[in-house]
Design a protein around this ligand. Structure first.
Ligand code: IMP
Ligand code: MG
Length: 183
């Protein structure tokens, strides 16, 4: 299936995204303001790249940034939680405060894998921040500490999220009626 740009409907505009991200930034800033140890904000590539960049700019904290590249096997409707780390963190996070920033928690399998992976790295604390969650598709429930929006069962694109590799650069979150990735 091919998506034409004129068929994309806006779910969250650039303005709505920025407003929510500003609030999330304030919340995280308040929670971490008295922390003495290093704070490492980890962006999960590639989907979180825009959210991560905007969120970091809303943190009035001294932080380090790092990235973890993931690629999942198969199509999204068969999310198995079997993901491959295509690019690992560049530094150790032992005894540090880690905030993992993701684009979306769909079935939760990827996030579950990430949480287990991070636990073995022995951070002092581990918090999860996701722009979106789609509870209709939950297989593995995960606690999201900082959440942007809860969405209905749409396949969404834009603002980092892709359909077959495309549309990550849209400045808004959009959807197309009747779209499914496994056709
Ligand atoms: P999960 O393992 O099912 O939670 O899927 C997580 C990953 O699937 C996300 O990090 C996204 O990369 C991708 N994904 C899930 N839902 C969507 C969507 O609606 N649009 C684009 N990518 C999605
Ligand atoms: Mg992702």
């Amino acid at each position: 299936m091919e998506i034409k740009k004129e068929n994309i409907k806006v779910l969250y505009s650039a303005e709505q995204l920025q407003e929510r991200i500003e609030a999330l930034g304030k919340q995280i800033t308040a929670d971490y303001k008295d922390v003495k140890e290093d704070i490492i904000v980890v962006g999960v590539l590639r989907g979180a790249f825009l959210f991560f960049a905007d969120l970091c700019r809303q943190l009035d904290l001294t932080i380090h940034v790092d990235f973890l590249g993931l690629s999942s096997y198969g199509n999204r409707t068969e999310s198995s939680g079997v993901v491959k780390i295509t690019s690992d963190l560049s530094t150790a996070v032992v005894d540090k405060h880690v905030i993992v920033v993701e684009d979306i928690v769909d079935t939760g399998l990827t996030m579950q894998y990430l949480i287990e992976n991070f636990r073995t790295r022995k951070p002092k604390t581990l918090k999860i921040c996701s722009l979106l969650e789609k509870p209709a598709r939950t297989i593995q429930p995960v606690d999201i500490d900082y959440l942007g929006f809860t969405i209905d069962d749409y396949f969404v694109i834009g603002y980092g999220l892709d359909f077959q590799g495309k549309f990550r650069n849209l400045p808004y979150i959009g959807y197309v009626d009747g779209l499914d990735d496994d056709e």
